[in-house]
Design a protein around this ligand. Structure first.
Ligand code: BMA
Length: 325
């Protein structure tokens, strides 16, 4: 059901594209159940590439690249899966690979694709490097289960690579950062954003959405909060800002969600009441975010927002973390 929007209750910070959903399973060149939760990047020639999660009719997922000149339509979808699970070599991928996040790493001249590998042990974080989204160098599972919702920062912090991820502990599902000298061995683990508790919209379970956005004021994080209700979970989006030089330090966190399920394609599907972005591109103005998200675990949608508005909103609606909330 659509929620009322008035001047007192302004619209979300992201505006949906009129043509949503922009990609559905029926667009696919081969049979599948659903397409959702895509990673995104802009290639050097300006083409938008979505690395889409495709779920087959066996319940297992793989990734297929879709490319578009304008990031909205005219998608050219690879005729076959672009990256498939390879459980023979990588046992952590037994039940599929899910929810990629892409970071361009200038120092390597490669894209880092960080994704969830799902197997008997649970979901873990894996990483693969690529120059062209045709061949991939897989490094395997780098964060053991249960861990997901991970993305690499685009450059080292000091001497170390930094990864945002979401391990599950008995005390909840919170966002962490870890550091590595070589992308393979990770340490210096720190929780950077805890799920809140009680009635909060982001109580008990949160996770990173898209890779962090580097702004002059700090690393901007879009995260999802999961509200458990009697009729299921509601996945909504919130904002937080982290210090540029010490990203484990949260500067501001918004109290309210800034985007949530409202349209029929977000409310109804394999898993209703879900908006789940894994990728964004930023226009040449350096301000406009094209947010690509899975809706109801069933289709791919686009919404647009402005980095400047998100930072301004955080200054008025955000505050420092309060222990115990
Ligand atoms: C999360 C992830 C996402 C999914 C969401 C809603 O835990 O597994 O892939 O979109 O649940 O089902």
């Amino acid at each position: 059901m659509k929620k009322a929007k008035t001047p007192e209750h302004p619209a979300d910070l992201f505006t949906r594209h009129d043509g949503n959903p922009i990609l559905i399973a029926r667009d696919w060149p081969y049979p599948c159940n659903t397409v959702f939760n895509p990673a995104a990047t802009r290639l050097r020639d300006g083409t938008t590439l979505l690395f889409c999660r495709v779920e087959g009719r066996n319940g297992h997922s793989h990734f297929t690249a879709a490319r578009s000149k304008n990031g909205v339509d005219g998608w050219k979808i690879d005729p076959e899966p672009t990256l498939s699970p390879d459980p023979g070599k990588y046992p952590g991928e037994l039940w599929g690979i899910e929810d990629a996040r892409i970071t361009w790493v200038e120092e390597l001249g490669k894209y880092a694709v960080v994704y969830t590998a799902f197997s008997r042990g649970g979901p873990g974080v894996s990483i693969a490097l690529t120059e062209d989204f045709r061949s991939f160098e897989r490094l395997g599972v780098i964060m053991p289960p249960e861990d997901k919702d991970a993305a690499l920062l685009p450059h080292r912090i000091g001497d170390f690579w930094a990864m945002i991820h979401r391990p599950l502990t008995t005390l909840g599902a919170h966002v962490w950062i870890s550091y590595s000298p070589d992308l393979r061995h990770w340490g210096s683990h720190n929780m950077i954003l805890p799920a809140r508790r009680g009635a909060w919209w982001d109580a008990n379970k949160i996770g990173l959405c898209t890779p962090l956005i580097e702004t002059p004021e700090g690393w901007l994080m879009i995260y999802h909060g999961v509200r458990e209700t009697a009729s299921g979970s509601i996945y909504r989006l919130g904002l937080a800002l982290f210090d540029l030089a010490t990203p484990e330090q949260c500067i501001l966190r918004g109290d309210e969600w800034i985007f949530g399920p409202d349209e029929a394609y977000e409310d109804v599907g394999d898993v209703g009441q879900v908006v789940f972005p894994c990728g964004q591109t930023i226009d040449d103005d350096g301000d406009t975010i094209n947010l690509y998200y899975g809706a109801a675990d069933s289709c791919i949608c686009l919404a647009r927002g402005k980095i400047s508005e998100m930072l301004a909103w955080l200054k008025t609606h955000g505050r420092a973390l309060v222990e115990g909330e």
